[in-house]
Design a protein around this ligand. Structure first.
Ligand SMILES: C[S@@+](CC[C@H](N)C(=O)[O-])C[C@H]1O[C@@H](n2cnc3c(N)ncnc32)[C@H](O)[C@@H]1O
Length: 360
């Protein structure tokens, strides 16, 4: 039969051709143009055990028909206005839209509205998203939108300025996943981001993340920003050492205006059972750690192995890994600088607990 007559190379080619013609490959192919900075980060994966990941080829929706069917007229109007509005002002055109629609527009995974797509930033390829956030596509989109919505709510309840007048910082911004959500609220000259990893800031620049993005230290003494109304930090204090967390907290505090709001996520006690990397730390605790020990002030940090290629390894002591902080620790150690105004959780990711803090 024809199959038996084929050489190994021909068989492999046939499999590849079949695969490339699947919807999944076609849908994700536009994301495959990996920037140099992203390639350098991804190239390190093999050296970093925690980052050994398989990114499944998922079929993510092409949102064209959803957008056209339900919001066509409104989006055509915004698209036309985008063409005539200077980019720094065009972001405001999206202010009245619901959060879910805004999240879908930010994917740029649709074939309509060229002027909207020209304004909005691109996303790095799924492998890098996975490496940075442990999720991709629709799952990650939902998590991002939920956190954005929560910060907006918290700012309404406890903030010192409405978002459209606020100076906003994304602390540990990564590839600007969350920064971009706030770009319709804060004009680009009031939107800031920082991260100590230069390559990920290059990815931000290459994909066109709006706002002023700056590199800061792993143990920052000061931030290059001041008079902020709002600072948020998602999945950063869940990863840093006690010394780094102390430096970061003080630096955020100093950059906020009096009464400014910080929203910082931490890992809850249950994370100790969830992540195999926490096994050693978990073994040192009693069985009822969640109900008893985590009611004590505790800061549990398990550093990643020191590797020269690790994107968050600078030199000296490793400040990056996995971190669980108990609420009593926060009450004991953070309340000299901040008042805890609200805690809660996010059903989209129960291992990121947002703590809202007001600068004293
Ligand atoms: C898990 S990623 C989350 C990125 C982004 N906040 C998001 O949610 O998409 C953690 C980020 O924290 C940054 N980071 C690591 N150590 C930091 C430190 N000491 N200060 C600020 N950011 C830090 C990393 O470079 C990385 O971009």
């Amino acid at each position: 039969m024809a199959e038996q007559g084929k050489s190994t190379d021909e068989k492999i080619d046939a499999v590849r051709e079949g695969y490339e013609s699947t919807l999944s490959w076609r849908v994700t192919r536009p994301l495959r143009s990996i920037s140099d900075a992203a390639r350098r980060l991804r190239g390190r994966e093999t050296e970093i055990p925690w980052a050994e990941v398989m990114v499944e080829e998922k079929v993510e929706p092409d949102w064209t028909s959803w957008l056209d069917t339900f919001f066509g007229e409104e989006l055509e109007r915004i698209d036309a206005a985008c063409a005539e509005t200077p980019p720094e002002e065009a972001w405001q055109l999206f202010r009245g839209l619901g959060d879910d629609l805004w999240a879908v527009l930010l994917t740029r995974e649709y074939d309509l509205y060229p002027n909207i797509k020209a304004l909005l930033p691109g996303a790095p390829e799924p492998g890098l998203q996975w490496m940075w956030n442990g999720a991709t596509g629709l799952e990650l989109l939902g998590q991002s939108k939920n956190f954005y919505a929560r910060v907006r709510e918290l700012n309404e309840r406890h903030g010192r300025a409405p978002l459209d007048q606020a100076r906003i910082l994304d602390f540990g911004c990564g590839w600007g996943r969350l920064t971009r959500f706030f770009a319709r609220d804060a004009m680009p000259d009031r939107l800031f981001g920082c991260d100590p990893t230069p390559e990920i800031l290059e990815v931000c620049a290459e994909t066109g993340v709006p706002g002023e993005l700056r590199q800061t230290g792993f143990l920052p003494e000061r931030l290059p920003f001041e008079n902020l109304d709002l600072a948020f930090s998602f999945s950063v204090f869940t990863h840093i050492s006690e010394a780094a967390h102390e430096a970061c907290l003080k630096a955020i505090h100093a950059a906020l205006a009096p009464g400014g709001l910080a929203v910082i996520t931490v890992r809850p006690p249950a994370y100790l059972d969830h992540d195999p990397l926490m096994e050693a730390a978990r073994a040192e605790l009693s069985d009822d750690f969640a109900s008893r020990e985590m009611k004590e002030p505790r800061f549990i940090f398990v550093p990643h192995p020191v590797e020269d290629g690790h994107p968050q390894y600078d030199e000296g002591e490793m400040t990056y890994g996995d971190t669980v902080i108990s609420l009593p620790y926060i009450e004991e150690n953070w309340t000299g600088l901040f008042e805890i105004v609200e805690t809660g959780f996010l059903t989209g990711d129960m291992y990121q607990v947002p703590i809202a803090l007001k600068k004293r």
